[in-house]
Every structure is written in structure tokens, then in C-alpha cells.
Design a protein around this ligand. Structure first.
Ligand code: ADP
Ligand code: MG
Length: 255
């Protein structure tokens, strides 16, 4: 039975998409069957994994509004063990089209239920807001993984995110858990990164991953080649960081 992880933080630019792409790919590299679902209308996870997002017939938009089956939307094995449901700007209108639809918080869950047995992990990349799409992801997921950028305002907005997760747990998905917080863009050359990590550890009750993702220019370059980091530059510090994270995610499940 596949474990479903939503990568969420309503702050933009904290590393959600980078984490969704590279955690997915590193899990796949370790032999796990992975489905990545891009539910951000920006479609950066799709293009970052080499999908020509504007020339895809069936995206998560067609899935959500009921114009395509989930089988029709999955692009299988874009890399070994890694499949994707892509997204593009069409999804930006879905929020409005879903108004008044019955049980609109469960649309994604009902579809994903049909294929959850086919994968070891399903990773959902969320948009930078707490909207219907993000709520759909949290209703579908077993856990929420929260990337936190190592910068001064790291904790800003986090209480709102945790409040949202609690609301979803109380009303829509009683089994939802916080998978944990992962620090991204850690810069070992500055004291600030270290201070942020220490501060968050002191102030946050959530589980925190031991793996810390370093700031690594190769991680920023890889999407323009349509490649995940473990394929674009397998020996980079960024690839090591996401491989460690994948190991930890697998280890958590075995606990
Ligand atoms: P989000 O999905 O939360 O908006 P992204 O993953 O798109 O964030 O990251 C924002 C920007 O930072 C992107 O340009 C990305 O390439 C870059 N980035 C993300 N993580 C790293 C990292 N560890 N090192 C260097 N650049 C990074
Ligand atoms: Mg993103």
C-alpha cells in the first residue's frame, strides 16, 4: 500500500518543488515505485522532471474536474520507477470550477484510491497557498512534509500551516500526521543557517529530519535540464542531501 506524502508550506520559494522532485527521484533510485503528483498550476515539478507540461492532454486539471480517469493522467516511467501526473496553468481555474461540487475536498483522494496499491510512495507537490487544491492534497495524504528554508523568517506562517493541518485532521482526514520538517538551502558558511536550525529545533514540537538539504547551485540548475539531481549531478552535495532524506523517509516507515 503506497504511502502518500504531501509536500506543503504556503510560503513560496522554500524548496517544496525541489524537494518533491528530488525526494521522488531518490526514492525511485532506491528501487521504490513512485508516483509524483504536481498540483501547483505553475507546473514546476512537471517541467523539472522533463515533462513538456503545455503539450500534455491529461493533467491533474482534467483529473480534478472529471474529464479524464487517473489511469489516463499518469505518465508512466518518465524515469526508472518514477511516474507523474503533470500540471500546468489550466489548473489555476480549477478552484473556481470546483465551487459547489459535492465533497470537493475529497476529489483527489477518491481518484488516488484507485491506484494507491500500485506504488510504494506517492509524493504530492502543493501550491504556495492554503487553498482547495492544498486541502485536497492533505485529505489524500497520510503525512505532510514541510520544507523550511534556512533564513531569518523561517518560522513565519508555520503556525497557520499547522492550524490548517489540524483542521483537515479534525474534519476531513483523521489519520493525517505531520511527517516532519526538513531544512532546505542550508548554507554552512553563514551563522544564520545554523541559528535558524537551532531556533526551529527549540520552538517547534514537530519531528525534524536529521538530513539537511544544503544550498547547492546544482539543485537550482537541474530543473532547466529537466533532470532530478541524482541524475543531473549524482555526486553533488544536493544529491547526497536528498538521498539521505529518502533513506530517512523509508526508515520512518519501518519504525
Ligand atoms: P517552492 O516550490 O517552495 O516555491 P522551489 O523548490 O521552487 O520552492 O525553490 C525556490 C528556488 O530556490 C528555485 O529557484 C530553486 O531552484 C531554488 N532552490 C531550492 N532548493 C535549493 C537548494 N537546496 N540550493 C539551491 N537552490 C535551491
Ligand atoms: Mg513550488
Amino acid at each position: 500500500m503506497g504511502r502518500i506524502i504531501a509536500v506543503a508550506n504556503q510560503k513560496g520559494g522554500v524548496g517544496k518543488t525541489t524537494t518533491a522532485i528530488n525526494l521522488s527521484s531518490c526514492l525511485a533510485e532506491k528501487g521504490k515505485k513512485v508516483l509524483t503528483i504536481d498540483i501547483d498550476p505553475q507546473g514546476n515539478t512537471s517541467s523539472g522532471l522533463g515533462v513538456d507540461k503545455n503539450n500534455i492532454e491529461n493533467t491533474v486539471y482534467e483529473l480534478m474536474i472529471g474529464n479524464a480517469s487517473i489511469q489516463e493522467c499518469i505518465i508512466t516511467n518518465i524515469f526508472e520507477n518514477l511516474s507523474i501526473i503533470a500540471s500546468n496553468v489550466n489548473l489555476a481555474g480549477a478552484e473556481i470550477e470546483l465551487i459547489g461540487i459535492e465533497e470537493k475536498e475529497y476529489i483527489l483522494k477518491k481518484k488516488v484510491n484507485e491506484i494507491v496499491m500500485d506504488y510504494d510512495y506517492i509524493i504530492i507537490d502543493c501550491p504556495p497557498s492554503l487553498n482547495t487544491l492544498t486541502v485536497n492534497a492533505m485529505t489524500t495524504a497520510n503525512t505532510v512534509l514541510v520544507p523550511i528554508q534556512c533564513e531569518y523568517y523561517a518560522l513565519e506562517g508555520l503556525s497557520q500551516l499547522i492550524h490548517t493541518i489540524n483542521l483537515v485532521r479534525n474534519r476531513l482526514n483523521p489519520n493525517l500526521e505531520i511527517e516532519g520538517v526538513v531544512f532546505t538551502m542550508y548554507d554552512a558558511r553563514t551563522n544564520l543557517s545554523l541559528q535558524v536550525v537551532e531556533n526551529v529545533k527549540e520552538n517547534l514540537e514537530q519531528r525534524i529530519y536529521k538530513s539537511i538539504i544544503p544550498r547547492n547551485v546544482r539543485l537550482a540548475e537541474a530543473p532547466s535540464h529537466g533532470l532530478p539531481i541524482n541524475i543531473y549531478d549524482p555526486k553533488s552535495t544536493g544529491a547526497d542531501g536528498y538521498r539521505d532524506l529518502a533513506d530517512e523517509v523509508i526508515g520512518r516507515e519501518e519504525e
